[in-house]
Design a protein around this ligand. Sequence first.
Ligand code: PEP
Ligand code: MG
Length: 544
Amino acid sequence: MIKYTGKGVYGAVAIGNVSVFKRQGAEVKHDHVEDIEAEKARVEKAKELAIEQLQAIYEKALKEVGEDHAQIFEVHMMMLEDEDYNDSIINLIDTRKVNAEYAVKVTADNFAEMFASMDDSYMQARAADVKDISNRLIACLGGGGSSDASGDGKYVVCADDLAPSETVSLDKEKVLAFVTSHGSSNSHTAILARNMNIPAIIGVGDEFLENIKDGDFVIVDGFTGEVYVDPDPETLEVMTKKQTEDIEKKKLLQDLKGKENVTLDGTRIKIFANIGSVKNVGAVLQNDAGGIGLFRSEFLYLENDDYPTEEEQFKAYRKVLEDMGGRKVIIRTLDIGADKQVDYFNLDKEENPAMGIRAIRICLTRPEIFRTQLRALYRASAYGSLGIMFPMITSVSELEKINTICESVRAELKAEGVVIPDNVEHGIMIETPAAAVISDLLAPMCDFFSVGTNDLTQYTLACDRQNPKIEPFVDTHHEAILRLIKMAAENAHKHNCWIGICGELGADTTLTETFLRMGIDELSVSPTFVLKVRDQVRKIDLSK
Ligand code: PEP
Ligand code: MG
């Protein structure tokens, strides 16, 4: 038995035989051509064929994984039409008299390198997309397309990396799991695997692919990121049990849809979901969350090349509110800075960005950006039940300034004839120790608190959340953090303010009872954890 370890991107266990993914168009010859015009015409024809194929993949993805995830193939079609990309291919044929395949390959390598060298992890992940469309184009220059790895039966598909189009082209019925030597958890492939509910492990390293061959018997543990090749009988037994238990657990969780979040003694709690994009609302509804406890609105800014306009933001917020059909939606005003950098904000480089000009500090120093977002939020508020939440609060004076700006924006809109319902709630994140300590002063000024345990942990324990080396020092259950949450809960309730938790700790079911005993009113977790937390709540008896 040999064990390889990577990163699990979807927690489930698969046991079966390997099919090594075979890709066409990987070998590209470098030829000299005389008839440049004929070569350019070949590119045009291949492009048409590639677009036809992508359209078919888009339609397949639409049925299998939904519109949000199918959109990447529309992006691929657009990338194939990109002027710079096409100019580069044509230019290489014109100036270096090379064959079309080679021109596409060189262009793909250059573009992929450019994307990979960008700081932004989203842009880095686009390197895989440009390689994907180029491989397709090269295959189409040969008249065909890329092959998939599935034969008869079900397989564990192993590859160096899988492009999104390759992932979705595989027959889902024949794939037990994905294992790739490379890849990032931010890639669309990882996202698609999660959405297809297929166990997947990325980044197991080159050695794995060098040693693995078709037909090898493997166990894939998507929870731990471990792959066992030719497992011994004991491992097989343990993992078979783990697989059976997981399947049973997931089945049982489905039965919890439509059930209440109520403890054995009758205490109720709200379980909401966190989202980063309008596109995630489907997952919120599928997992039966009672509302959205955190919409990280900064992703609207991160996805754009320029400040999203008031109209663009209004449309996005309205859509989320409408899609949630009257259920509560808490939208957090932008939390840019620290790890979430956006070039067009032109923020100064800082020694210590987590403690620098970020989140509300940007909004208060650049009120025009803040006012645009607030206008969009208030305009959208008539379409559902909105809560507006402010991040990184440390003082009463910040909240006073925020309230003044909010009042002025509301007055401006009312003068324009915009109707703003009275039920819009205003709340703050408790994610700095300062906010928790002065929560008695902040609570009378808010409708709700939401504890951001991710930042609260980093600031309380002085442990940079971006630094993996510091992880051994991070005790997420540290008494200091729990005391701060309890203090905030007590102060909130004294002042008629409700309190939720939207940081990752909210999904830690070993703490659910502790949170319930503190009187936490709402837990907002990633959509896939909603039913798991509901399950835990329903097992707790607070009367004991
Ligand atoms: C938090 O800090 O816990 C939080 C929810 O916000 P973010 O992770 O976006 O900083
Ligand atoms: Mg935070």
